[in-house]
Design a protein around this ligand. Sequence first.
Ligand SMILES: O=c1ccn([C@@H]2O[C@H](COP(=O)(O)OP(=O)(O)O[C@H]3O[C@H](CO)[C@@H](O)[C@H](O)[C@H]3O)[C@@H](O)[C@H]2O)c(=O)[nH]1
Length: 493
Amino acid sequence: METTSHNHQLHIFFLPFMAPGHMTPTIDMANLFASRGVKTTIITTPYHANLLSKTLESTQPPSDNNSQQINVLTFKFPCLENGLPEGCESLHMATSHIMQFKFIKATTTLGPLIDQLLQQHQPDCLVADMFFSCATDVAARHRIPMLAFHGWCYFSLCASLCVNRYAPHKNVSSDSQSFLIPNLPGEIEFTRNQLPDFQKKDVDVLDKPIEAELTRIFRETIDVVEKSYGVLVNSFYELEPVYVDYYKKGLGIKAWHIGPLFLYNKLAKDKAHKGMAEHECLKFLNSKKPNSVVYVCFGSQSDFNDAQLMEIALGLEASGQEFIWVVKKVKQEGVKEEWLPEGFEKRMEGKGLIVRGWAPQVEILEHKAVGGFVTHCGWNSILEGACAGVPMVTWPVSSEQFYNERLVTQVLGIGVGVGAQKWALWVGDFVRREAIEKAVRRIVGEEAQEMRSKARALGEMATMAVEEGGSSFSDLDALIQELKQLKITRDSS
Ligand SMILES: O=c1ccn([C@@H]2O[C@H](COP(=O)(O)OP(=O)(O)O[C@H]3O[C@H](CO)[C@@H](O)[C@H](O)[C@H]3O)[C@@H](O)[C@H]2O)c(=O)[nH]1
């Protein structure tokens, strides 16, 4: 592996947070920059490097142009030092809340390692996930710009910044009393219940040490925005023009929209997957009518207790709709699954499919038989759903997901809320089966036609945005030019 950058070629380091919702878009981003002649290096652990080499092998077009190559540098994640079992290199491998906390905490200790890698390889720019809040100081020491990547949309970035700046939640008398988010275009109402802990709670008064520490860490992830050179956003202008403009001009944050990142290299990915054995979901969908199946999936992290899973099953059954439901559980031979109603799978045979573990979400959403999507409102999921033209039932749990819900239901009009009211650090708010049944019926019924055509129009705009001359394509060009200029100035000083 080379250790010095070419004279004129821009060299960017990518530091992804090791969780599926963050890793995948960052890899797509590195691919995207590489396709524009930028030398890219991804910094990650051996586990991800291994997965990455397989992905890159299948998606990178064969080329004798060295500039299209993506380098991978590995480091040893400090598992044992942080009380994690050896090999726990991704947030999804942390199987308990305490382990997840330790994993996030361990990530914040990587400053010295980043420092050392920057010293050794001297890239021209560092793109770091928000969880590496230490990266701003390290990049500054090396006199290179640091670009922050939250994986959030503009709407949520704007909303969270407005809440931080104007603290509207301090002027209401109860957690359920609504307030308008000040200065945020679109008259967006919120409640204290729906705000993330890291925005509403005072760290000093939190009595549980783990929650206090996590709140502090999450707060730093938001503060990164104002300390970095700028922000990279996995979105496209036409999706949320008012909020793109407001973020850049109204709130004065330097930002570039370069998404939807998952669309990048999609053709290559499709080709790579062709010929692979079809997943059981796709076989199931092939036998169904257009827009008839509801896809239910809560991302890579969201957690529900058994009572809630049981309620989801009963709500789906009562809706009478066909469905695919992804549950993060492993089936153990001979062990009764307490979260499943008696005889459920038997009754649902041919009508509903439960996938335990992981499903090929993008392929499922794009299948013509899928008519609706029940989602926890992770930003990747929303982008994937919108681009596939699928109306959504929004069921936010954590992180920035309650903000995303407002974008989907109120601003874009492509989804309906299930009625989740409380932000939760770990286990999602309880929703009753009647609400689930009602929301599911709404996104496949008559009312959904308008949502579906709005979502389809967004999907078409998304494809245009990433094509040559499109809004995301052009914003990326502008960013690369700016970084090149910075490099020239730095090299000559
Ligand atoms: O069975 C599954 C489950 C998930 N996915 C994929 O995994 C990703 C999940 O990402 P996302 O929908 O964003 O959810 P999280 O994994 O929960 O993502 C975290 O990171 C996102 C980006 O910062 C935030 O928007 C979320 O709130 C936060 O929870 C998506 O690309 C899905 O297609 C699958 O392919 N199969």
